[in-house]
Design a binder for this molecule. Structure first.
Ligand SMILES: Cc1cc2nc3c(=O)[nH]c(=O)nc-3n(C[C@H](O)[C@H](O)[C@H](O)COP(=O)(O)OP(=O)(O)OC[C@H]3O[C@@H](n4cnc5c(N)ncnc54)[C@H](O)[C@@H]3O)c2cc1C
Length: 460
């Protein structure tokens, strides 16, 4: 069996995530094949050694951090096994870096749609385990919508092939298992190790333009989102939001893009189109909408050339990385970045923003940076807490907002998962019998309880 690495210097390199959180563990495995994974899991199950699978530790909930036992890194299992252009399917190993995979698919003339901002620093296995999504999920859905089959080594060391059936109709038992691969999506390493992934692909959009629209207040930006949803002819691929703090973050890099000094909010959107006449028809719909909702309509930026598009895209996508840098700084100084991950149906966004203003008092002068997938009803409020007292306050505000989101038909986590940071919120989302059913599923696949201790459930 593959030897466990115990050299503290090597272990240290696997002991910090994107937020700066650290764990405590005493071993590392770096398997190269599914059979090695199987041997490792069997051995750990027999010795009751805890095991946490890891992709590239870009998780934002502490999910990849190993608090006891050993880490199983999938970084060496990163092969692209097949792209079947005709069937629009691909098969990969879990450790493949998402941006590398997306590039290979593009070179084959197709598109793998899920697009988390972290594409260059996360793996497809991590995406499956967290059901990652991104800005284009507004049009294309999340990872779960693209996964068609998985191979998993469960917590006993059994190899399972779980494939969604391509039939359109099914009525065999409980509906939750009609698409069995879905059971393992979002499982955050608690049921086993994903060793192979089958995903569906789609055609590339013929053309795409990007736009940045500026607003003098948040309410108008939300109204703009709501009305866009009503114009079904538009169907933008993404509708992203940056608040005034984010505009201050991107301004020094804006080069050539004039960000109005009185802008309090910005909506970045992507519109796909087939040909020039469709593009003109889209612009004829967008401009009256923009003019209706903002006096800053003349400052709107439209990017159509590859260079301009890259510039706008990079500006928007620079913000999360900058915010995570703040996190690493405050974690090292005894604080923490707390990010909300709730989502609501977009027509309830006004209620959530108003509720935040009602309850924000205890935050005092704490830095709050808000950005995210507003078109999907999913903004992230990032609270930069400087010490443990501020962390507790920020967590309370996060919990209150998550509770409100659920009351309005939304969810506590729309893309980052539960991990170790949102476990309190699971009970806001589901009644006890549903949580118990998930725990029963874990007992079936991981009876020794060795897989990813501390993720998802408050108690095992
Ligand atoms: C700058 C930045 C931007 C981000 N933007 C987004 C975004 O737009 N959308 C989004 O959804 N997320 C985003 N994230 C969060 C993160 O990138 C995702 O959660 C990603 O899916 C994690 O992938 P990873 O390979 O880094 O997995 P890790 O962080 O290493 O692990 C995450 C979880 O998956 C489990 N896991 C990993 N591999 C396997 C496997 N093979 N089998 C079983 N379990 C496994 C781990 O145990 C852990 O529970 C962002 C993060 C950063 C740092």
């Amino acid at each position: 069996m593959l030897k466990m690495i115990t050299d503290p210097d090597i272990l240290e390199a696997y002991n910090e995530d994107a937020l700066g959180f650290k764990g405590e563990f005493n071993g590392l495995f770096r398997p190269d094949s599914e059979s090695e994974v199987m041997d490792i899991v069997r051995d750990c199950a027999s010795k009751k050694r805890f095991l946490t699978p890891q992709g590239l530790r870009s998780s934002l909930t502490g999910a990849a951090i190993c608090e006891k036992g050993a880490v199983l890194s999938l970084e060496r299992m990163n092969r692209l096994i097949d792209i079947d252009v005709k069937r629009k399917m691909a098969v990969v190993e879990p450790g493949i870096v998402l941006s590398d995979f997306k590039k290979s698919v593009e070179e084959a003339g197709l598109m793998y749609a899920p697009d988390p901002t972290s594409a260059g620093e996360c793996t497809l296995g991590g995406n499956v385990a967290t059901n990652a999504s991104g800005s284009r999920s507004l049009k294309y859905g999340a990872t779960i919508d693209w996964v068609q089959g998985l191979r998993v080594i469960d917590g006993t060391g059994r190899a399972l092939a779980v494939n969604n059936s391509p039939v359109e109709k099914m009525c065999a038992g409980y509906g939750a298992v009609y698409r069995p691969a879905r059971l393992f999506v979002g499982s955050e390493g608690t049921l086993g190790v994903v060793t192979k992934i089958h995903v569906s692909l789609t055609r590339q959009p013929a053309n795409l333009f990007l736009a940045m629209v500026f607003f003098q207040d948040l309410r108008s930006a939300v109204d703009f989102i709501i009305e866009t949803h009503e114009k079904i002819e538009l169907r933008p691929a993404s509708m992203e939001f940056l608040d005034r703090m984010c505009l201050d973050i991107i301004r020094p890099n804006a080069k050539g893009i004039a960000i109005p000094s009185d802008a309090q909010a910005m909506i970045y959107f992507e519109q796909e189109y087939d040909d020039d006449s469709e593009k003109d028809a889209c612009l004829d719909l967008w401009f009256p909408l923009i003019e209706k909702h903002t006096p800053l309509a003349d400052d709107t930026q439209i990017a159509d050339s590859p260079k301009e598009k890259k510039h706008l895209y990079d500006l928007r996508h620079h913000v999360p990385a900058r915010t995570n840098e703040e996190s690493i700084k405050v974690v090292r100084a005894g604080g923490c970045k707390i990010s909300t991950d709730w989502a609501v149906p977009h027509n309830h966004l006004h209620q959530l923003f108003a509720y935040f203003n009602e309850i924000r008092g205890p935050l005092g002068d704490m830095m709050v940076i808000c950005f995210g997938h507003l078109g999907s009803g999913h903004p992230h409020f990032n609270f930069i807490a400087r010490n443990s007292a501020e962390t507790a306050i920020a967590q309370k505000i996060d919990d209150l907002m998550a509770e409100k989101a659920v009351a309005l038909g939304g969810c506590v986590s729309a893309e980052h998962g539960i991990g170790k940071m949102k476990r309190r919120q699971l009970a806001l989302q589901y009644p006890a019998p549903v949580i118990n059913a998930m725990k029963a599923l874990k007992r079936e696949f991981d009876p020794a309880g060795i897989m990813s201790p501390g993720n998802i459930f408050l108690t095992e």
